[in-house]
Design a protein. Structure first.
Length: 568
């Protein structure tokens, strides 16, 4: 199929590539960046999940490590007190000097010891050494720690922080021993401040704050910036054993809190870290990932930007070179057409001129006595008739040339192409086909809308195409007239069962003076004029042909969109 379309000029080509640049870049960037973003979000989610677990696990391990160290510290303090029972100068009736000696031994092991006391099974403190001398002889039988120590099977007890007789926060570590059938108790008080300093050394450099809480949720040891001794803690785990970690909000910001229950005393160790420290590795990986993605996006944008620019410039250069080459070919074809035109004009006009010359010579000879020709009015009239016929033939050729060159502007109006086709083939043309054994078949679309055409010019086009179809059929055949509508254009097809054309002939049929007919049967201007007429109306002509199978010419005309399709 051969389509006749207008070739884009160079400015139109440049504008086309300029319009193409933006959607092409957007499409490529979307194709590259969207999958990258989706994959990055997926990886970021899983990395964050894993790194959060890692941060919680690290802080939990820190809490468990500190818990074990605190348990060991408390065990050592119990052992320190127990060793007093086995000291060489131990006596059941210790003097003040003996008690000072006991306190000295304890302070050698840890400066957290404040005082020491010796009690019998009745709870009376018979021996005391320390800064609170008024505690000598005190009755501790009603104290909670004393009652719990006496009731339990375990030989030692570590109390919660309490105020006691001294009205100052402290906690007691007491050890009981059975001697000569009676129970005796050696108790010592530990300074919470010294204990807290020990606790801080455990977390030094870890970026976290540690605190000890009893099972009632009261601080036993705490950083003064976060709370006070015996104050309530905002965090308390649901699990009463083991360890774990959770995120929580505090007045200071979001923190990660890890906990671990102590074994020696029903306290829970709580270690909290700001999220920027607890999740430092996660934030570092996120920063690296975001930086890498940002750099990769910039590289992709730059690569797409530069590559598309280069490709489009190359494509535009190729297009421009193709347009230039095509322009040169068209110019060459025009020059060839001029040559063919000149040869065709010379050939076509030469025949009637030769006839005119011959007839005038004959008439002249009639008046010459030497030739003894009969000079009658009838003979002269017959010669003049031949001259007139040749003159009109030459005039017809020049008129077609003028029509081909003039390209008059069409007078467009809504017209029914079914009616115009019927006007072209009805009457003498239909009778002519009938005599030539050519069957005329009409396949009209009766709902066809009007076409916006010049009726006189389009009638000339249809007549030329129908005549060519009739000339293509040598003995017998059919010519099918078919009309249809595709939404924007009215299509008129004239198909014949003639001899058809070769691809080389199809490429030339619209050139001036090219014809497949025998010499003397056609000027070769009909289709050249026809395509010019149709193109000025905003339409085009498509050709399909196969050698030995016939040809099909389809005239595509703009429909009158303001008209409702009419039945013709």
């Amino acid at each position: 199929m051969l389509k006749h379309l207008r070739t884009p000029t160079l400015p139109e080509s440049g504008e086309y590539f300029s319009r193409l640049r933006r959607p092409l870049r957007i499409g490529l960037l979307t194709a590259f960046i969207v999958p990258l973003v989706i994959i990055s979000l997926y990886l970021d989610f899983h990395f964050n999940l894993r790194l959060k677990k890692s941060g919680k696990l690290n802080l939990t391990n820190l809490a468990e490590s500190q818990r074990n160290t605190i348990d060991l510290f408390l065990q050592e303090r119990v052992v320190n007190i127990l060793n007093l029972f086995h000291a060489g100068d131990f006596t059941l009736s210790p003097s003040e000097r003996d008690m000072e000696s006991y306190l000295g031994h304890l302070r050698e092991t840890s400066d957290a010891f404040v005082d020491v006391g010796f009690l019998d099974d009745g709870g009376i403190q018979s021996g005391y050494a320390g800064p609170y001398h008024y505690l000598q002889g005190r009755d501790y039988s009603d104290e909670v720690w004393f009652q719990l120590l006496m009731d339990r099977d375990q030989d030692y007890y570590i109390s919660d922080i309490y105020l006691g007789f001294r009205r100052k926060p402290h906690f007691t570590t007491a050890v009981k021993q059975r001697i000569d059938g009676r129970i005796y108790i050696m108790r010592a008080t530990l300074d919470p401040d010294k204990f807290f300093m020990f606790l801080r050394t455990l977390g030094d450099g870890k970026g976290g704050d540690s605190a000890l809480i009893n099972k009632e949720g009261e601080y036993q040891l705490v950083n003064p910036n976060h709370g006070g001794l015996l104050g309530s803690c905002d965090f308390f785990p649901s699990a009463m054993t083991g360890s774990g970690a959770d995120e929580m909000e505090t007045p200071q910001g979001s923190v990660l809190v890890a906990y671990a229950w102590l074994n020696e005393v029903p306290w829970i160790l709580v270690v909290q870290q700001p999220l920027e420290i607890a999740y430092a590795e996660m934030y570092r990986v996120q920063w690296i990932m975001l930086t890498s993605i940002g750099a990769l996006v910039l590289i992709i944008v730059g690569a797409v930007w530069i590559t598309t620019g280069r490709l489009l410039r190359k494509a535009q250069a190729v297009q421009e070179s193709r347009v230039e080459l095509r322009s040169q070919l068209i110019h060459a074809a025009k020059l060839a057409s001029v040559g063919e035109l000149a040869a065709g004009v010379a050939h076509e006009i030469n025949n009637p001129l030769a006839i005119i010359s011959a007839e005038t010579g004959v008439i002249r000879d009639m008046f010459d006595p030497r030739f003894e020709l009969e000079c009658t009015p009838e003979g002269i009239t017959e010669g003049l008739d031949y001259i007139d016929e040749s003159v009109f033939r030459a005039k017809s050729i020049t008129q077609k040339l003028l029509d081909f060159a003039r390209r008059n502007e069409p007078n467009l109006s809504p017209c029914g192409v079914n009616t115009i086709l019927d006007e072209v083939v009805s009457g003498l043309k239909e009778q002519e086909f009938l005599v030539s054994n050519i069957e005329l078949i009409r396949e009209y679309d009766l709902t066809l809308p009007d076409a916006l055409v010049d009726p006189d010019q389009v009638r000339q086009v249809f007549l030329n195409i129908v005549n060519n179809a009739g000339d293509a059929i040598e003995e017998s055949g059919t010519i099918t007239l078919r009309t249809s509508f595709d939404g924007d254009f009215v299509r008129v097809t004239v198909a014949d069962t003639g001899g058809g054309m070769t691809p080389d002939q199809i490429d030339k049929i619209f050139l001036p003076f090219f014809t497949t007919k025998e010499v003397g049967k056609g000027t070769g201007l009909g289709l050249s004029i026809s395509i010019g007429i149709i193109e000025t109306m905003g339409g085009r002509i498509e050709v399909q042909s196969m050698l030995g199978k016939g040809s099909s010419f389809t005239v595509i005309l703009p429909a009158n969109q303001t008209e409702v399709p009419s039945n013709v």
